[in-house]
Design a protein around this ligand. Structure first.
Ligand code: NAP
Ligand code: BGC
Ligand code: ZN
Length: 360
């Protein structure tokens, strides 16, 4: 079967021929339908994030998958079920309380592997196997867009983590700003509008019009903010103080600018994964600002099964036009260069390994 992998020192994905995997007891064999590509994949390909599996010199890419059960073995799954796998797996050997408690997204480095990212092969192959515990059945009506369940689950988890930091008082957030107009930013913007019910939404980018992401932002009823004209810290003066900021750029200055963008009692969730970068900030002023106005910043990574479930529900609540415009291309394996394009007309892409055929 064909798989898409990055080999050590290559810096770009390639097609490899591999044996189709055999499921062991408790495992499911899945025929892959589609696997999404996100900013993390580009960081892994560039060698800025992730790890090869121990003792290997290649990593099969892909962590945003949807597939169809080919062989459910001795598990609760049956052939034909449409399924989405989670990303984290326990490293072999040692006991792991985070996984035992179903809280693998909170595990520290060393206590997890991430399929397609950290030390474990991903889902960009015609078939993959996984322990049934890490597989979610989704409605077959979502077979074409199920590769969005994983990235949207990242937003679900981050919003939950940030919101729970405001649970000690009556917090009625009304304004939210997503910093970043990539695929994660736009999915989050749609989630804040259609599920969290925010009335006033902003999305920060650094693009000129005409631009397809700005069109989506405005079609969602949000205000586009150009960070070249209005730095994130000036959003309160230019627009209004923001109750909830969601950073999805990986541009480290935004983390600190978010503190100034926040309204008193506001919270910012940081999602981007920047490279080390030294720059000057007025630490004293920012520290004081956070304390005297009860502001919070939370980092958030990954997501767990319950976020995948909520994400599946949210995806069903999104208007069809949104997903149609977000997904700018679905490409066959042979066209992998297009799937990994990162130009300004590309928003969200996926690689298609096989087509979904309705169960009879
Ligand atoms: P992406 O598609 O590459 O999007 C990043 C977006 O940020 C791009 O639209 C980029 O704009 C914009 N941006 C960068 N610098 C900016 C600036 N100074 N001002 C305004 N906009 C700026 O990546 P993604 O998949 O959406 O992911 C976003 C980030 O989240 C990445 O760092 C990724 O690693 C991270 N991530 C984290 C998690 C987690 O669990 N924490 C999960 C998924 C992704 P241009 O295109 O115009 O340059
Ligand atoms: C993935 C997460 C993962 C994170 C850090 C993201 O793109 O969606 O599942 O935990 O990268 O590796
Ligand atoms: Zn991702």
């Amino acid at each position: 079967m064909q798989a898409i992998a990055v080999e050590q020192g290559r810096g770009r994905p390639a097609i490899l021929e591999q044996e189709r995997p055999d499921p062991a007891a408790g495992e499911v064999l899945v025929r892959t339908l589609r696997v999404g590509v996100d900013g993390t994949d580009h960081e892994v390909i560039a060698g800025n994030h992730g790890e090869f599996p121990e003792g290997e010199t290649h990593l099969v890419l892909g962590h945003e998958a949807v597939g169809v059960v080919e062989d459910g073995g001795d598990t609760r799954f049956s052939a034909g079920d449409v399924v989405v796998p989670t990303v984290r797996r326990p490293p072999p050997g040692a006991e792991n309380g985070y996984f035992e408690r179903g809280e693998s997204d909170m595990a520290p480095a060393g206590e997890y592997l991430e399929r397609g990212i950290v030390g474990a092969h991903g889902y960009m192959a015609e078939y993959f196997v996984t322990d049934a515990a890490f597989l979610l059945e989704i409605p077959s009506s979502l077979a074409d867009v199920g590769f969005l369940v994983e990235p949207l689950s990242i937003a679900v988890k981050a919003v939950e983590l940030a919101t729970s930091s405001r649970s000690s008082f009556t917090w009625h957030p009304e304004s939210a700003a997503v910093v970043g107009n990539g695929s994660l930013g736009l999915l989050t913007l749609a989630y804040l509008k259609h599920v969290e019910g925010y009335d006033r939404l902003y999305c920060v980018g650094r693009r000129d019009r005409p631009d397809p992401t700005i069109d989506i932002i405005e079609a969602l009823g949000a205000t586009y903010v150009d960070s070249r004209e209005t730095p994130v810290s000036d959003v309160p003066d230019a627009h209004e103080p923001i109750d909830f900021v969601f950073e999805a750029t990986g541009y480290a200055k935004h983390a600190f600018e978010a503190i100034d963008a926040l309204a008193p009692n506001g919270v910012g969730a940081l999602l981007g994964v920047p490279e080390p970068w030294e720059f000057e900030v007025d630490g004293g002023r920012l520290h004081r600002e956070m304390v005297l106005h009860n502001k919070a910043l939370v980092g958030s990574v990954n997501s767990r099964m319950r976020h995948f479930e909520a994400s599946t529900e949210a995806l069903s609540a999104f208007p069809e036009w949104f997903v149609d415009r977000l997904v700018t291309g679905v490409y066959d394996v042979d066209d992998l260069a297009a799937a990994f394009d990162d130009d300004d007309t590309t928003i969200k892409t996926a690689v298609q390994f096989s087509e979904y055929e309705e169960r009879r």
